[in-house]
Write a protein that binds this ligand. Structure first.
Ligand code: MG
Length: 361
């Protein structure tokens, strides 16, 4: 394993990366670029690569892996994550079991930088799982048989490409469709020509008018759509609340809800929230968000960015306790580095392996 972290070893994903010794911990990190299988279009932009930073945290012969994923529209980048990681100094912590202290310290280094923080949170959880020789879903007491199905995302595209993607999505029990442009009904109609699989839609704040949005929710419900993510801009709080009250299907907040402190803001405005490790600084806070959302009687969806199987498998540890999961980020890329959670007939399967359950490919 040591070789895999050797920055001079040509087989190591951390080759030519950074390694910093800080007391009993050593932190390794390396910028990496995910190649998307298809150009991916959402209401706000298109892209074919996603920058990520791979992280490994070593302690006493044990190693945990983590990852930060930075879709450009969220404001973090290779440079900002490297800059953040350079400021981290764990030398005052004698044990990785001081999780609360360590992650509170990391959170206080700087505001924002949630993906950079998540990379450390994931690596620390993976490390602890290796030491305890248990996977996190087990440590948390979750039944791995209760994992939900994952949706498979289809970006906005020309009908011929959409048809190709629908064929690729054949094993999945829920299709996630990106809406928010003039082509919305065309997208749904194209899919319905080929498949009657339930659909969930993500509008990414693309609808501006509440009456038109309500009309669309009824049309979508008639076409087998089961919920709508972020229908209108997050700033239009009253309009989103108005829509949720009248919509025949649940509305889910994504852009509107980032961290634990935001969860209560969803109450009365949306039917539920979409939790992503890269928004909320990682596994520790994500679990707290699930618990608070349940107390507030909100639906919970688990989402992701384009990520390797590392961050996806970390998020998947929470899959037994959510209503819907959208953990397909690793399926949309052609250069994954890890093997971890897998999908069988659309259902999320959790490996028995310790920590976040991954190994390098
Ligand atoms: Mg979304």
């Amino acid at each position: 394993m040591d070789n895999l972290l050797n920055s001079a070893d040509s087989n190591s994903p951390f080759k030519d990366g950074y390694a910093r010794v800080m007391g009993k911990f050593t932190l390794y990190y390396k910028p990496y670029s995910l190649e998307l299988k298809h150009v991916f279009t959402v209401a706000s932009n298109s892209r074919s690569t996603t920058p990520v930073v791979l992280v490994a945290l070593a302690f006493d012969g044990y190693i945990g892996f983590g990852e930060a994923s930075m879709p450009p529209y969220l404001g973090e980048s290779h440079a900002s994550v490297l800059n953040f990681l350079e400021q981290v100094d764990l030398s005052s912590f004698g044990s990785p079991f001081l999780t609360e202290d360590i992650l509170s310290y990391v959170d206080r280094i700087k505001v924002g930088n949630t993906a950079a923080k998540a990379s450390l949170d994931i690596a620390l959880h993976d490390l602890l799982g290796q030491i305890m020789v248990q996977p996190w879903h087990k440590i948390w007491g979750y039944n791995p048989e209760n994992t939900s199905h994952t949706s498979f995302t289809i970006g906005i595209d020309k009908p011929e490409i959409v048809k190709k993607k629908v064929a690729e999505a054949e094993p999945y029990k829920l299709l996630k469709v990106k809406l928010g442009l003039d082509s919305d009904k065309m997208m749904i109609n194209t899919i319905r020509e080929l498949s009657d699989t339930p659909i969930c839609v993500d509008v990414n704040q693309g609808w501006k008018n509440k009456e038109q949005a309500l009309e669309m929710t009824h049309w979508l419900a008639e076409h087998g759509v089961v919920f709508i993510e972020q229908p209108m801009p997050k700033e239009q709080i009253d309009d989103n609340a108005w829509l949720t009250e009248r919509s025949p299907i649940p509305t889910i907040a994504d852009e509107a809800i980032q961290r634990l402190g935001d969860v209560h803001l969803a109450k009365g405005v949306y039917s539920g929230i979409n939790i992503k490790l890269m928004k909320c600084t990682g596994m520790r806070e994500a679990k707290r968000m699930v618990e608070l959302a349940r107390e507030l009687d909100l639906k919970v969806m688990l989402g992701c960015m384009t990520e390797t199987s590392c961050a996806i498998s970390a998020a998947a540890q929470l899959a037994p306790v959510v209503d819907w999961a959208d953990l397909d980020g690793h399926l949309l890329i052609s250069n994954d580095l890890f093997k971890g959670m897998w999908i069988e007939d659309g259902k999320i399967m959790l490996p028995e392996r310790p920590g976040i359950g991954i190994r390098l490919m």
